[in-house]
Design a protein. Structure first.
Lengths: 329, 210
């Protein structure tokens, strides 16, 4: 009887220890979800620094999300004068250094359904979410969320989320040893203030620039062909990764149809590209990387296979090795 | 200078098919030209690749529009902007470039300093043993056996620019850029927290710039 009582006490003590930790993890994941929503729906105007490897750039981001549609203007503050203006139906890129403006139609995004691609419970099975310390970013009080992968086949994240608005003010992608790969940090930001139409007008009027647009173009007539990579599949992915998109598209360089699979575990994204090798094209094989993004290419059955993802080198390589043609089996 | 500009645009547009190596040498002989080369590719890749992501068939429509009317496609929905002079018209491919330089430069750097493959999957070494034993080649970028009778190696010069000796290496690079741009936009569409998709585009500076 006494032993049973002791075991009960121990269980209660264990639960007492675990439950707050579980709640904190849940709170941390929920906070990340709110941060993504806030980034889409709030109005804000801020200056941030983007750092990767040895590169450092300052930019201004003006965003209007109230009203159900997003409009934003991204302006370079260092280096060549460039701007990107996005609204519900169009992206306008202005490149003063090239004296070029590019206008492109885009697909409107529903803000209400946009957010983390996986459920919090699913994310929690692959990542450990922890609420960290408080910190100041851009003069504002933030809470740090640490997202640690449970396996070494993906990267971690550290996010600084504004206490008052849940807007993401700083983010770092961390490698498997906790070293930063990429970082974005606001230095100054005004949240909730009115964003006028004038603030979203490009500074450069582009009068003397060359303009390009796809808005008056005729409808697409292309159709997938036999060489579009049909029959290929990915037989292995790290745990938690699910397919989010499968499509055939045309690549710019070869005009050859390319099969494109998109996978995500809710945080990390991996793309698998498969295309028929052309005699005029140099086959790709090996690694490439940019900041937190890695790629691995190989050739199989005269098809070029390339895996690109915000995951470690060994992971993109393993996925590439698992791409096989069902018809050849 | 104007002639050089046209040649440059034509080179990026693939209008000149595979240009002779001396022409490429001239066009890419200095830092400014190389930067412009990167930017042209960057804009092009974004212009061309986003169609795939949002599935609007942009590239095909632009191609069709070019065939129908090679002159400038002036914007119609932005009245405050004056239409550019006809003389400045270039094919979208030329401007377009690669906002993908995100990939262009990064890939070059990676190819100059490849990481060793993981021990558990010695796939690259098994498929391309020539890479390790051929001096001056980037072991991270080698041709796959079976693609042709003689494996074709992608060569890079000291600055990481694809060698002009093999024009196919330029295409090699552009293809990687296409993949990388597509990936970035998909990542953005999935709502993953982190880097804004256009930050890399606006912030791009070639690593070989002074």
């Amino acid at each position: 009887m006494r032993g049973a009582s002791t075991r009960g006490l121990r269980r209660a003590a264990l639960l007492g220890c675990l439950l707050p930790a579980l709640c904190w993890a849940q709170n941390a994941a929920e906070l990340v979800r709110r941060a993504i929503d806030a980034g889409r729906t709030l109005d804000y105007d801020g200056v941030f620094v983007y750092q990767r490897e040895s590169a450092l750039d300052a930019m201004r981001l003006i965003h209007r999300g109230s009203g159900g549609t997003e409009t934003e203007r991204l302006v370079s503050l260092s280096g060549p004068a460039r701007e990107v203006l996005r609204d519900g139906s169009r992206v306008t890129c202005t490149f003063a250094d090239d004296k070029a403006v590019m206008v492109e139609k885009r697909q409107p995004r529903d803000l209400l359904t946009f957010g983390l691609s996986g459920a919090i419970e699913d994310l929690a099975s692959e990542y450990e979410f922890r609420l960290g310390h408080t910190d100041r970013v851009a003069g504002r009080s933030t809470r740090v969320v640490q997202i640690q992968p449970k396996t070494r086949d993906r990267y971690g994240y550290r996010l600084w989320i504004d206490d008052a608005t849940q807007l993401l003010l700083k983010s770092v992608v961390l490698d498997r040893d906790g070293r930063p790969l990429e970082q974005v940090e606001f230095a100054q930001i005004a949240i909730g203030g009115p964003i006028s139409d004038q603030m979203l007008e490009p500074e450069v009027n582009g009068v003397d620039f060359t303009w390009y647009t796809n808005e008056a173009a005729p409808p697409e007539t292309a159709a997938p062909s036999e060489d579009a990579g049909d029959g290929w599949q990915v037989s292995w992915l790290p745990p938690g990764f699910e397919m989010h998109r499968e499509q055939t598209q045309h690549m710019a360089t070869s005009r050859q149809p390319v099969r494109h699979f998109v996978y995500s575990d809710g945080l990390a994204t991996v793309s698998v590209f498969i295309e028929k090798l052309q005699e005029s094209a140099a086959p790709l094989q090996g690694y490439s990387s940019l900041g937190a993004v890695n790629a691995f290419s190989r050739v199989a059955d005269d098809y070029q296979i390339t895996v690109v993802g915000e995951v470690p080198q060994s992971t993109v390589r393993q996925i590439a090795a698992a791409v096989a043609n069902r018809r050849a089996e | 200078m104007q002639h050089a500009e046209e040649q440059f645009s034509a080179l990026v547009d693939d209008e000149s098919e595979l240009p002779p190596a001396p022409l490429v040498d001239v066009l890419l002989e200095d830092d400014a030209a190389r930067r412009r080369w990167s930017r042209h590719h960057l804009i092009g890749e974004v212009l061309r690749d986003r169609e795939a992501i949002i599935d609007l068939g942009l590239a095909d429509r632009i191609r069709a529009a070019i065939d129908a009317e090679p002159a400038l496609l002036a914007p119609t929905a932005l009245p405050p902007r004056a239409a550019p002079p006809a003389g400045r018209a270039r094919r979208p491919w030329a401007v377009a470039a690669a906002l993908a330089a995100i990939g262009f430069t990064g890939l070059m750097l990676a190819l100059r300093a490849p990481a060793p493959p993981p021990a558990e999957l010695p796939l690259a070494a098994a498929r391309a043993p020539e890479a390790a034993s051929t001096p001056g080649l980037a072991s991270a970028a080698v041709a796959a056996p079976g693609a042709s009778a003689e494996p074709q190696f992608v060569r890079w010069d000291d600055t990481g620019i694809p060698s002009t000796a093999d024009p196919r290496s330029v295409e090699f690079h552009r293809r990687l850029n296409s993949y990388l741009v597509n990936f970035n936009e998909q990542r953005s569409n999935l709502g993953v927290p982190g880097v804004h998709p256009y930050v890399r585009i606006v912030g791009f500076e070639g690593e070989d710039e002074p």
